[in-house]
Design a protein around this ligand. Structure first.
Ligand code: ZN
Ligand code: ZN
Ligand code: ZN
Length: 344
């Protein structure tokens, strides 16, 4: 069968070139225009970096077998296998056509890795891919922070892969580009730790902590947010002053209220479509009047208010905030009970 030719060393070379270009784009995207900077490079940074990493993965797959012809069958998309009659009332599954000229995608790379027991942190790769697809649709100016997150998250994946799967040193393979990534990653992680520590002084409601971690700058989408120094100095807390307490973005200096952003993240996660017959998972808390009452868990993530009556005394149905004035009964049984009292 005629096969497209595969040159593993060429794959590796292309992978490294793509990663180096990606880092170059990343640097240019962060410089001011007078320093020859160009925010529009952010997207090509992500494209190049992601493509480069996938090429490295393919190189690894191609070099996991001894025979170059076997390598080709692993990297190019195989012909479709279709059922055919064997002429005797049975069925035969036969490949139809040739190997395609296209190479395998992320989903197939994942299967090849599984087949050859090559370990990978797919959760992070999936997240990076999602980020890449999502950035395609945004204005570059609103993505600079997210691109910086992307490069920082890619760093450990690339480092571990080059060291353990390729038995090489990233600094030797990638030269100056590696030093830039390393420096950026170190800065990112240090800043992240500083941010997390600073928020500990800000009086964030305990149960809302996860939704703080999900927050991204509303201007540049960076996850590096810290509490506003003035608000810390003034001794106000996020919990009591969500109408005043501000975050500051470390990446772009944008500042806005943190409380509503946390609540928005929470509400988005519980988003529902009434047209599909779905029910809301969150409602306004009767105690603190924020949209942070989780109906299914019967408590408020902001003020930790809980229900006095959690289930109907008669039928066991889970009760809600609205049912709290029914003396421990669900709406239906409360109605039946009232009616009986009237009829007596
Ligand atoms: Zn920002
Ligand atoms: Zn509440
Ligand atoms: Zn009931």
């Amino acid at each position: 069968m005629a096969m497209p030719a595969l040159d593993a060393e060429k794959l590796k070379e292309n992978a490294l070139t793509s990663i180096r270009l990606g880092i170059e784009d990343f640097q240019r995207s962060r410089l001011a225009p007078e320093q020859n900077g160009d925010p529009a490079r952010a997207l090509s940074a992500i494209r190049n970096l992601f493509a480069g990493v996938l090429l490295l993965f393919k190189y690894k797959i191609a070099t996991s077998v001894d025979d170059p012809e076997d390598a080709t069958t692993l990297i190019f998309n195989p012909p479709e296998v279709l059922p055919q009659s064997d002429g005797n009332g049975g069925v035969e599954w036969q490949p139809v056509g040739k190997f395609k000229r296209t190479t395998i995608d992320v989903a197939t790379i994942k299967k090849r890795f599984e087949g050859f027991a090559i370990e990978m942190d797919w959760a992070t790769i999936d997240k990076l891919q999602e980020c890449r697809n999502h950035l395609e649709h945004l204005h570059p100016a609103n993505t600079l922070g997210e691109v910086a997150d992307f490069v920082a998250e890619l760093f450990p994946i690339l480092r571990d892969f080059v060291q353990t799967q390729m038995n090489e040193q990233p600094a030797e393979l990638l030269g100056a580009a590696w030093l830039i990534m390393l420096e950026h990653h170190t800065f990112f992680m240090d800043t992240k730790v500083e941010c997390v520590t600073a928020w500990k002084e800000a009086g964030v409601p305990d149960l809302m902590q996860h939704w703080l971690d999900e927050c991204q700058c509303e201007d540049c989408s960076s996850s590096l947010l810290r509490p506003h120094a003035e608000d810390i100095e003034n001794g106000i807390s996020v919990e009591g002053h969500d109408d005043a307490f501000r975050y500051v973005c470390v990446a772009c200096s944008h500042s806005d209220l943190i409380g509503p952003l946390m609540i928005k993240n929470l509400d988005d996660a519980y988003d529902y479509d009434p047209r599909d017959g779905e029910e809301p998972g969150i409602e306004t808390c009767n105690e603190c009047e924020r949209d942070t009452f989780i109906i299914g868990e019967q408590h408020c993530l902001w003020c930790e208010a809980e229900l006095v009556y959690t289930e109907c005394d008669l039928c066991g149905e889970a009760l809600r905030q609205d049912d709290q004035f029914n003396d421990g009964l669900c709406g239906y049984h409360h109605h039946v009970h009232e009616k009986m009292m009237r009829d007596d």
